[in-house]
Write a protein that binds this ligand. Structure first.
Ligand SMILES: [Zn+2]
Length: 241
């Protein structure tokens, strides 16, 4: 497709209405069988999925989104709220429930204490500090998971980066740089390990050939389970933050 398969579409404030301007995540889905442009709101991811038949492009999709703007706004508003990082919020870390504990007078930034993520300092910095903590934690854990896989295949990533990519969990650039979503740190370790194994295997085979999948199978037995976990639970990880 000549345009990205997902993007954020901004709906401006309707004239005279109280509705705020909203940015809606849209996923474009090309379908050879569809006969008309259609849309649905995915309740798990809070994404508007627009199905485009052959010869219908992004422009037709955008027109349909504008036409059904009110309906989309209502559907999005009715969704379960995204988890926002706040004191006493529960979130997953390595697939296990942890709670955010705010200790405004303590020092030390953010750190783990058993099943608590302790965040110090003023409330206004809490969200940022939790995010930073999770990013650093993601980088550390992914780095650890990378080592045995890279050693097993005799490869070495040029660099490992952690980003907030919402369209993919991991990627491998032709120059050997691996990139991962920091949100993987919330998933069970065996799920993250599969994503890491997958990207490390791309350092040997930058494709999805049978040879590539054979390498993945050498590294992890969890391919099917992890793909399924990310399919079912992954979208919720995108609504946290
Ligand atoms: Zn791949």
């Amino acid at each position: 497709m000549p345009f990205p398969d997902s993007e954020t579409v901004k709906l401006p404030t309707p004239r005279g209405a109280l509705a705020p301007a909203v940015a809606i995540p849209v996923r474009w889905r090309a379908s050879t069988r569809a006969r008309r442009v259609s849309l649905m709101v995915c309740p798990r991811s809070g994404t508007v999925v627009v199905t485009l038949p052959p010869r219908s492009g992004r422009r037709a999709g955008l027109a349909l989104i504008r036409e059904h703007e009110t309906w989309i706004r209502e559907r999005l508003a009715a969704l379960s709220p995204a988890v926002e990082f706040a004191p006493d919020t529960e979130l997953l870390l390595g697939g296990e429930a942890h709670v955010i504990r705010h200790e405004p007078r303590a020092r030390g930034g953010a750190f783990l204490d058993g099943k608590a993520i302790v965040v110090t300092g003023a409330r206004e910095f809490l969200r940022r500090r939790v995010t930073d903590f999770l990013r650093v934690e993601a980088r550390r854990r992914i780095g650890v998971l990378t080592l045995p896989h890279a050693a097993a295949l005799g490869v070495k990533p040029r660099a490992i980066r952690v980003k907030d990519t919402r369209s993919r969990w991991g990627s491998c650039a032709p120059d050997g740089t691996l990139a991962f979503s920091w949100r993987l740190v919330m998933a069970p370790e065996w799920v993250t390990d599969y994503v890491v194994a997958h990207e490390v295997a791309h350092l040997r085979e930058l494709n999805h050939s049978p040879r590539f999948w054979a390498l993945v199978a050498e590294l992890t037995p969890h391919r099917d389970g992890a793909v399924e976990w990310l399919r079912v639970e992954g979208p919720a990880l995108l609504r946290v933050g």
